[in-house]
Design a protein around this ligand. Sequence first.
Ligand code: FES
Ligand code: FES
Length: 154
Amino acid sequence: MLSLNVNNKQVKVEVDPNTPLLWVLRDNLDLVGTKYGCGVAQCGACVVHLDGEAVRSCVTKAKRAEGKKIVTIEGLAENNDHPVQKAWIEEDVPQCGYCHSGQIMSAVVLLKENPNPSDEDIDIAMSGNICRCGTYSRIRKAIHLAAEINKSNS
Ligand code: FES
Ligand code: FES
């Protein structure tokens, strides 16, 4: 039995503690916004936050998340109105959409660490998030817009 704090709720799950966090979130907790892409830490579709750090949940054992705050795309903002989510909508970023919860979770951490990133900073920080539809230029625009929104909110 694992006790996890997910999106500010304490939950208990009956799983092998070595189960990847991705499957606990999706299969045990029905939080299916976090996606499975490659399963080997190469694509970024499964990124969630562990104590504010972006981690790849496909290769993170669930037991590693005990005692930490897990945030998934569903818990990023109460009304899905986090500045990065707003910017994503405004710039109409997704094509098929599959990669975008991971993209958004990575972008949130990028902006926390670097509130005003250049194009190059964005490309470097987001290089581990693959988009098969090639929405990279809209991702870049949306991250700049989210930086502006953050600035006007502060
Ligand atoms: S599914 Fe985790 S990085 Fe691809
Ligand atoms: S929008 Fe389709 S994979 Fe990124």
